[in-house]
Design a protein around this ligand. Sequence first.
Ligand code: ADP
Length: 345
Amino acid sequence: MKASARAGANIAFVKYWGQADPELNLPLNNSLSMTLDNAFTLTTVEFLPHLAADALTLNGEPAGAAATRRVTAQLDRLRALAAPQQEPGFRHDAAPNPDSNPVSWRARVESRNSFPTGAGIASSASGFAALTVAAAAGLGLDLTLAELSAMARLASGSACRSLHGGYVEWLAGTSHAGSYAVQIAPPEHWRLIDAVAVVSGEPKEVSSEAGHRLASTSPFLAARLATVDATLAACRAAILARDLVALGEAAEADALSLHAVALTSRPSVWYWNCGTQAVVEAVRAWRREGLPAYFTIDAGPNVHILTLPGHLPAVRARLAEIPAVKEVIVCGPGSGATLLSEHLF
Ligand code: ADP
């Protein structure tokens, strides 16, 4: 009944922005990411009889109503999936017997992110990947990786990518079962560095969920979708060839295209702040000086700097000179979501 999991956040080189089906979180395009080793979530879930409601502790504090509702919604999906498997004769209209019907039990959930929550470093991805893996195990569900990935997607689209380690592509699909992520190369394929320059640890004003809903109001969305397949092909090839220049150029173009859509949505969505701009300008200047580094920015102000291990000391030294940078989280490619034998409570 008690299970724990760890999942890494991920940085998308080709991003998920806008939905074909908001209920199922089916995206408008495939997306491509690297799962991070040093930005992760640990989650413990315990299903208990006689709990009146699911209870979530997030980063050591009781979570607010919205975050708890999102967790309950995902637990409900998994409980519904477990019901017929666990009890072949289970009748949804039967009065649940709280002592003998664990799939109706509420859960105590404790989760910790190793990095700022809600700030564009994909806490929803690692958070819901870890929750899905831990809760599925706690309910005794026997799901394939593709099924776990599709279930995680229902809670947060990009969470489906965090099920896998290394370099990962989310196949957009057109149905629940057909929209899940696959690994295109394992972590050891290429030691790419994502140095996350944290310029704000505060939760963003417009959540990713809200941003997705507004994407269709931008006249630039059509332009983004017209070019995204070519960007995907370029990124895939660059990863397989371990080509930082090709990957960096494609990833920068894709990030700018996402922010062009966000900025031109109605109402306009601004994820950048002055610190974001300062880091972007710096990265462009470093490149002119011969330091190979590229930026990408998720739905949030923090800047992910893509480089290679040999250039990391120079990147760190230069980031230290930018007053807006509060912290640098250095990540490489990490492993996929895993069950843990140690629990948070
Ligand atoms: P981010 O850029 O960090 O993914 P989002 O706005 O997309 O920001 O998602 C942040 C939301 O994800 C939080 O408000 C909370 O609802 C949820 N979340 C973040 N971390 C966790 C976690 N560890 N467990 C459960 N839910 C989480």
